[in-house]
Design a protein around this ligand. Sequence first.
Ligand SMILES: [Zn+2]
Length: 550
Amino acid sequence: MRLSLLLAIALVPAAATAQTASRFTHADTLRGTNGPDRSWWDVTFYDLHVTAHPADSTIRGRNGITYRVLRSGKELQIDLQVPLVADSMVQEGRRLAFRRDSNAFFVTLPAAQKPGETHTVTVYYHGRPTVARRPPWDGGLIWATDSAGHQWIATANEGLGASVWWPDKDYLADEPDSQRIAITVPDSLFDVSNGRLRSVTPNGDGTTTYEWFVTEPINNYDVAINAGHYAHFGAIYQGESGPLTLDFYPLADHLEAAERQFPQAMSMMKCFEHWFGPYPWYADGYKLVEAPHLGMEHQTAVAYGNHYHNGYLGRDLSHTGIGLLWDFIIVHESAHEWWGNNITMQDQADMWVHEGFANYSENLYTECLAGKAAGSAYVIGTRANIRNDRPIIAAYGVNAEGSGDMYYKGGNMLHTIRQLVNDDEKWRGILRGLNHTFWHQTVTTKQIEDYISHASGIDLSKVFDEYLRTTQVPAFEYRITGDSLTYRWADVVPGFAMAVKATVASDSTYDWLHPTAAWQTTVVHLSGPASFRVDDNFYVKVRQVGSATP
Ligand SMILES: [Zn+2]
């Protein structure tokens, strides 16, 4: 139950909105907006039962959608993507009439329902769902074969949406309070889904049903099938909220490699609980599950496909070598348990709340392993991946995703804000405070931005506008004449006045400067103009300007 009645405020500059508005369709609006046939009901429970048939790549199942009535309503929008077919929809023993509009179904109830009531619509469906072309990015169903020749079925559908394989209210701001995920697969396979395994039922027809249950709110896109030839081992982690079960499901052939690699989950958990607060899902546990794609933050069942190597597929995204100290997928995808799963965006446009913080978490994990200087070098190293091609925040209401800069630029913005806070314990309190305040909730970027400004005591609104809503990077422009430093911000949004550290009093110490878009002058004590430096921990450009400028 994370339905929010807050409206996301569109803060994308008008020009950017105008440029992009034309590419969105009616279907995008149905998908991305809390429309009239969604907003009157709040999902409380999904009862999902799906049989996967690898022989012909089809699925068949049903989802019981239980909801609480918020405002009187008579028509529900339920999402299920083409080419899947809804066979029937039933409520309280009655078949309901419905019509299809691309990937959305509109279901008519016999009479308007009253606020406070609880009802269930069960949707029966089948078909051959979209096959993922390039998972996890271009997602859908994955019908794979492992290296030993066993069938291997998985799902990955962030962005695309859960409705690519099961019917639901495919809207990020409404999560169920709990969910059953009962997956039926051939007897030779073992399914690992989210939450805890409640029952295993051989059906006597060559198939077995694995009933998993999530007792806490879950993102629709995190609900997953992972059915393969798995081995299993586990551990207990003594964490901030007591004993936490860690369960590991590598392919049977990869058990030894997993026994070497997966213990990184222990040091990850220790580091992230220190910085972010308790792991958000003690009741449902933590799992790593090998998947036939690179990885995905599937809640309590993190999908892992990094081939048991450190780095990102053996590479270091920071270009410093530091990223080879740890397994990128274990660290990054698990960081999403806090940033993405505990705190979830209400609109895809605000995805930086997931990816900016997950990217930032990589440098905190590096700091836990190798010290603060290594963490800083890592996040600074990832700046080479920033493109400044489009704003990080996309258009609202159409399930649109902003620039991939949400990762590296988002992480570097947060690293810059840490410098502004200038107090590591206070900064840690802010990160923990975000997870505590928005515990198991969906949020807008505005809530996150306002919280950080309020908790830090610094008005960061223009900092967020600059980094999240433009393609600019603040440029520190300066000129040194004798012992006189003249400086200002250029390439910034109106009112931008971020403080920054630079060598002022000596060649080897950093002092605060408070530039604005207007030129200012101060006295410096340097051995020469070449000794002037801006602290590299601030993600800004530094530009020496000629004498023609004042
Ligand atoms: Zn991520």
